[in-house]
Every structure is written in C-alpha cells, then in structure tokens.
Design a protein around this ligand. Sequence first.
Ligand code: 4YB
Length: 471
Amino acid sequence: IKAAFQMWPWQYWAEQRPTEIAIALGDANAGAVTWNWIEVAANIEKYAQRLVAQGVKRDQLVAVVAPNSIDVLWLLLAIIRVGARYVGLNPKLPPKALIEQLTVLGNDHIWCPEIDAAESLPGSTLSLIPAMTSERIIPVMWQEHRPVSLTLTSGSTGSPKAVVHHAQSHLASARGLLKQMTFTADDSWLLSLPLFHISGLAIVWRWLYRGARIVVVEPKLHQQALQWVSHASLVPTQLQRFLDSEYAQQHQLQQVLLGGATIPVSLTTSAEQVGIECWNGYGMTEMASTITVKRANSSAGVGTVLPHRELILRDGEIWVRGNVLCLGYYRNKTIFSLLGCPDDDDWFATKDVGEWHDDELFIRGRADNMFISGGENVQPEDIEQVLLQHSAVNQVIVLPVADHDFGARPVAILTTAQPLDNYLMDELITYMSQNVAPHKRPVRYLALPESFMQSVKISRSELAQWLALQV
Ligand code: 4YB
C-alpha cells in the first residue's frame, strides 16, 4: 500500500498493473467497453494535450456542468494532469443559480455539453476530444500539495461555498477509509454519486489510491449496475430503492458505504439480510468525505474516527481537523481559511451536534436546524429519527412552521412505502403521540414533492421555500 505517490497515480498503476482493467463502462463480464491502466494513462495524456491546446493552464479553474459520464471522468483526470483545478456543478441547477455560482467562482473555462446557451455562461467553452497522439510532454509534475478540486457545498442556509482540496487530502481520505473497509485491487466501485459532490469525488480517489476498478454507467442505469459491482457509495434512499427493486434478488454487491444523512437501522438490517455489508459513515465536504465509520449494527450511531481525522465535542458541537481537512473556501480567485476566529486554533466547527455513547459517535443534527416551540428546544432530526423507525416511512424532513401560540411547530414532509392517505396519517399521529412529547409531534404530514427526490441531499432551505407556499 502506498504511503505517497511519487508520480501521477495512473502512471504508477500503468507500471504496476499495466493490463488490469481500470475502468469499465458497464458490466465488464458482459462485454462492456473497458480500459486497462496503460490505456487510462495514455488517454489522460491525450485529453490533457487537448486542454493545453485550448488554453487551459496551471492553477486555472475549469467548471464542469454535466451528469456523471466517462467524459466527465476523463475531463476530471485531464484537468488535474495539466495542473488546473476541477469544479463540478449540478446540471439541474436553474440557469440563474448556475450563472450566480459561476460568477462567484470566476472559472476560466467551462464544459457543459447538455446546457442550452452554453456560450452565455462565464468561461471559455471547452470541447472534449482526445489528441491523436500524445507525443508532446506536458511539463507539469505530480505534486500532492497542488489544489486539484473545488466542491460546492451549501449548509442549510446561505449560498454554497467552494471547498478547495489538494490531492494529498483526497488521498489521505481514501487511505484512512480503506484501513476499515476492504477494497482490493480486484474489486470494482460503482461511480454511484455525482462528481459535483464530495461523495462522488471520493470514489475516484479511492480507485486511484488502490489501483482497483471503477465502473461508470449512465445515472439511469445505477440500480441495475449495483448488481455488477463489488462496492458502491449510496445515500440511504438509493439503497432503499435498490432493495425494493428486482435487481436486489441477484447481485454481487459486497460492500456499501452509506452517508450524507441519517441512516435508518431498519435499512441496513434489510440490506445485510440479502448479503450486503453496510458501512455507516458520517462525513462532509470540508473533510474530503467520510470522517467516522462503522460496520452497520443494531445501533443508530456512526462509529469511530478514521485515521488522518480528529474529532472532538465542544458544548455538544462537533469540531474536526486532520490531514483530510480542506485548504479553505474559494472566492474572488483566492483561497480563504475556513477557520472562523483566531481562538478556533486549527479545529473546524462543523455545526453538527453530536454525542458519544460507549465510544461511538451519534449525530443529533445540525445546530442551525434547531428551533423553539412553546419555549422548548426542538432538534428536527430527533423527530425525523423517531418517524424513520415507523415501517411505512422511507425518508423524512421535519421543518418548523410559524405558529401563533407556540412560536413555531414541526411539520413532517415524507416519502412513504404506501400512499400518505388519511389512514396512514392517523396512524402516524397515533404513533407519534405514543413516542414523543407533545411539542415534538408534527402538526401536519405532507408528501415530499417528486422534484426533491432527485438530488443527493434534500436542501432544507429549498424545501422550506416550498413549504411556505403550502401553508
Ligand atoms: C449526516 C451524516 C450521517 C453527513 N448522519 N447527518 O464517501 C462518503 O463518505 C459517502 C458515501 C455515501 C454517501 C455519502 C457520502 C459522503 O461523502 C457524504 C458527505 C456529505 O454529505 N457532505 S456534505 O458536505 O454534503 O454534507 C455534510 C453534512 O451532512 C454533515 O455536516 C451532516 O450534517 C450531514 N451528514 N453524514 C446524519 N451519517
């Protein structure tokens, strides 16, 4: 296992494992297009040469606005190869939000194959064609400390922040996680989360770190592709959908890394019953993905701290640091430290509220989600966790609505295994009255609109805007 790479990771693997399959575009056992490590290294050179020819220079910022595809993967690797920086943006963003975010980023170039009026977006438009040969040498050396990626992340409020990571923090993240999970060079990890989110980028770095195989499919084939791979990273709803699908009957999926939101014990229990080892993670963009992890069991905690990360509680809030911590936030072409005030020392305040029980971390929710109802502090995630234990509830977000007498009261917005009709609502009302104090009982139960189900993570602020129109 590598302590550090002395050359581009793909070049290293092209020497160590030249003819092993590195990338598969679908099911490698059923005639999918594949590339071995020699071909991967050669292809990256060719794509990188075309970027150089189009004026992409060291330290410049290239924005990529597209759903996952093999092209996005080539582009990401080629951008890193020329010493530039990659930033992925959600292609489903409304045009106005997209332009706003790009303007703050000040990207030099852009690749957005599926966006209309791409020319009106900031940055010079790139085309992605590999050069015919790769004879010209690109004079950029592998340096672990060169910033390689910006990842947009929005807390529950405010505009997104662009989190800058160098290769070293991504690799430290991979190295620490793979001390816990087994992911051998013969395994394959599905690119199951978007490359504009830290969870997708982390898959690429684990693949590069291990010299294993990455499987890329169109997002609409994800369910099916979970049958063909040994590993995947999933948010809880993705795993739920897989278990509900026909594909769960017969699969080779061995290990799933979960994260991004509360992971219901009932979900991991069902997955383990069909032979899928589940790993429950707690992570965030600033820490290059997973911070704590455990093999799923009967407790709802998120396990213990991985190598290269440190975590403490201060007044109930989680503070973190370590080699995986980002370089800072990017705006106006400058990297700003994310450490708020001088007495923060080098710890980063996550704003997550946590508790230790028997050496295991439990996430209670975000400090800034808390609201007050009739003088009582209400942590919406507490209510969500109780609702998630009801067998009919798949996913739930609890938000406050203004109330004349109480100041605010909770409303539950959910996806359910059966229709959310009067019968189910009465059942949920009864269930909550038996399980939580009166100030924690939702005053309304609403079905989550379709449009919110597509994203990696439901934005509480966007859902609150929607809710404001419902009441
Ligand atoms: C949680 C939480 C949890 C995060 N319980 N709240 O590679 C991975 O680690 C991975 C695998 C599968 C799915 C997701 C991942 C991630 O990276 C997730 C990282 C992430 O969500 N980053 S974020 O910046 O978008 O959001 C971070 C916030 O998400 C945290 O500050 C928490 O509030 C919340 N969160 N894991 C409850 N297990």
